[in-house]
Design a binder for this molecule. Structure first.
Ligand SMILES: [Fe+2]
Length: 280
């Protein structure tokens, strides 16, 4: 797998800030891959507002979707209520690169996505960071990134060989690894990979790539319960979202609707992700 990483090493997918932002919390909500699904996000934020969460971390791919401006408004509002950290996903990076001319649109949707983000929306994404560490009282240190601690496009699944996990987390001092990107919610016990004991993906809030119970996936980590990790599937009004998609001028609206209605199985998704290793 070293070879696979060699192909992306040195690209913008691996650009990390020298200093990793750090926070402390007693209960942290983990949201990833919102993909501008405001209906799903609203339902999750309502749950968070009813809970004792004192920190929210968004693990990337927040606004790349049909309703970016509305998503940013909702999250700016959240920031006024609860401390919120924003991790940069490959899709968030793509928005900034398209806006700044560092990347040329390859599809109609790339152009649409760039134009659909206001300057303020892009500025919101510019504040995002490659990864963060959160110390949760009574639980330990959590490293949160989008793809992996070495690349925002690395696909990690519950079946990723431990040797690749070890290569991806080289130098990471944390007890729990949290990644997004594959849009698959899972909790995997780890042993022999540094001090990591667990690798979790909170799943996708707005666009699960796999079949199963409909709803917005997210997670919470906090001390107090028998298991500090809780994985959630929050129900939301999917029909309202599908109707809003149909009314939009998003060139990808049909594909997204289809994915939200009929998606591949988790096994198909894992096989696909493990074959790709790195996917943008
Ligand atoms: Fe994503």
């Amino acid at each position: 797998m070293t070879d696979a990483f060699a192909r992306v090493a040195g690209t913008r997918a691996t650009l990390r800030e020298a200093r990793i932002p750090r926070a402390t919390a007693t209960s942290v909500a983990l949201l990833s891959d919102v993909h501008a699904n405001v209906h799903a996000l609203r339902a999750v934020l309502d749950e968070i507002d009813r809970s004792s969460v004192d920190l929210v971390v968004l693990a990337g791919d927040t606004t790349w979707g049909t309703f970016p401006t509305e998503t940013v408004m909702m999250l700016r509002d959240l920031q006024r209520r609860i401390p919120t950290m924003l991790v940069r996903g490959n899709a968030d990076r793509a928005v900034v690169e398209l806006t700044d001319g560092l990347r040329q649109p390859e599809t109609d949707r790339d152009t649409w996505m760039r134009d659909r983000h206001s300057t303020a929306d892009v500025d919101f994404l510019r504040d995002a960071v490659f990864q963060v560490d959160v110390d949760v009282a009574g639980v330990g240190r959590i490293r949160i990134c989008h793809g992996s601690p070495r690349a925002d496009i690395e696909a990690l699944t519950p079946r990723t060989p431990l040797a690749r996990i070890a290569a991806a987390v080289d130098g990471v001092e944390a007890d729990i690894l949290v990644t997004g990107h594959t849009h698959l919610q899972f909790d995997r016990a780890l042993a022999g990979v540094g001090r990591l004991t667990r690798h979790i993906n909170p799943g996708s809030v707005g666009l699960p790539y796999h079949a199963g119970e409909p709803g917005a996936r997210w997670a919470r980590i906090g001390s107090g319960a028998a298991d500090p990790l809780q994985l959630f599937i929050t129900a939301y009004d999917l029909d309202a979202h599908l109707a809003a998609l149909a009314d939009s001028d998003d060139p990808a609206r049909d594909r997204i609707s289809q994915l939200l209605r009929v998606a591949p199985t988790p096994d198909e998704l894992i096989e696909h992700a493990e074959a790709l290793v790195f996917s943008d």
